[in-house]
Design a protein around this ligand. Sequence first.
Ligand SMILES: [Zn+2]
Length: 477
Amino acid sequence: MRRTVGAFALAFMALGCQPSAGNKELNTPPPTAPPRSLPPSAQLGGSITLKICSDKDTREQDRGWKTPLLSSFGRLVGGILNVGARVSMRIGPCTADFQVPTCHAFAGEVMCRENFIARVLQAAAWGGALSAVATRRHAGAGDWYDIMARVGGGDLFELVAVEPDSFDRLAAAWEGEGAWRADELHTARDLVERIRHIESKGEEPSGPEETIAHRIYITTAGHLVSFIYGHEMSHYFSNDCMFSEPSRVEAARRIEAMHRLQVEGPLCSSMILPKSTEALLVRPEELKADTCALRGMAYLERRLFSKSWGTPEPELSLTMAFVARRLVVDVASWFLAYGPMSRGRADFGNDGNPTAILLSLVPGYLVPQHRLALIARELGEHAAAEGRAPPPVLCEDAARIFVLQTRRSVSACRWRKMDEIRKAERALVPALSDFVPSGVLGVLRTGNFDHEHAFRCQPPLLEAAPNGAFPGPSRSE
Ligand SMILES: [Zn+2]
């Protein structure tokens, strides 16, 4: 991590999906196991069409990620669709009536903006590429883990957003900060391009570095696509989820808990009338869609360690899976907070004075920090289920963003006096203790962002892991 997200004044704009050309096709592979349930697609002739719309000003480097999207989507649904079912993609221009910066869906239609998908997938690819480069430089897995724990969503989106002719300058600036050498960043950029190529052509990665980069990418991108499309496909199938098995957070009623906290707890909205809590109400179809999104992530987790994914080195693979889970949380936290077109850390001045603004709450949805906490909890539980102590996945910048958003949600009530705001923040702590490390809750309570160690993806639980197979950071506070 290079520059730190800190507390700052916030302004707002909106981001959200709303319920409301050429063609590519992918024949889904035969299921590796019997389908768990007949998916709703059976009602729609067994085929799914993903619409992608392209803006006139979409950058050249954002145009090559449609087939990789199809690859990730195919991996997600490949195990549950009927044999022979088709997934196709229709591509066309974004028209004026498509208002959202991300995706929208309703019965039988799902459409996403090309540059949204492209930037999310590229952020995942940069995460995989930097991880692979870090493994080469740092022989010890602990060092590697520590390096990657310090790459946040802001770093990834900065790399995604930089224009090609400015890349050398950015690489030199990063080198000057000491975390990465310029040649490593150039190698990582080549790996991002290789990932795009491999995912577009259906090729196998060659060599250990490409294999690591690719495997971390498909895990990270797979989860992000599961969340985005798991949500949208719920609308597509008229609020029917194509994944029948509950996620862990659903089974433990944590989604309900987060929902209750939002509508009955001390949060408020900045955008509607003072004292109004209407903006915090969650539309039932949006809650269902998020529930389905989390089921999609759980489903992908179950597939991750199945034979079809291939694991050349099991222990490394576990570490890679964990790095990927962290990257999922980083990427998701960033685009939920700042939007997919964010320039990442480029929006934060070197004086720590940010020009980046948190997106406003979108009425009708779970607030972004609760969505993020559920994602992190789900992924953390799967990591724990591998027989290791549950590692913190909501830490570093993702945790800072979580705190910023939560504090914004209680201080936005214009009718509240300062002592009432403090009281509200304290009241949130017990409810959030299932989701966020205690140090982070301490910052939520005090507002003191200077306690850097509170955000560390700290090692104690990892160090306590049985047989030491799961490498934690090599340093401790
Ligand atoms: Zn929705």
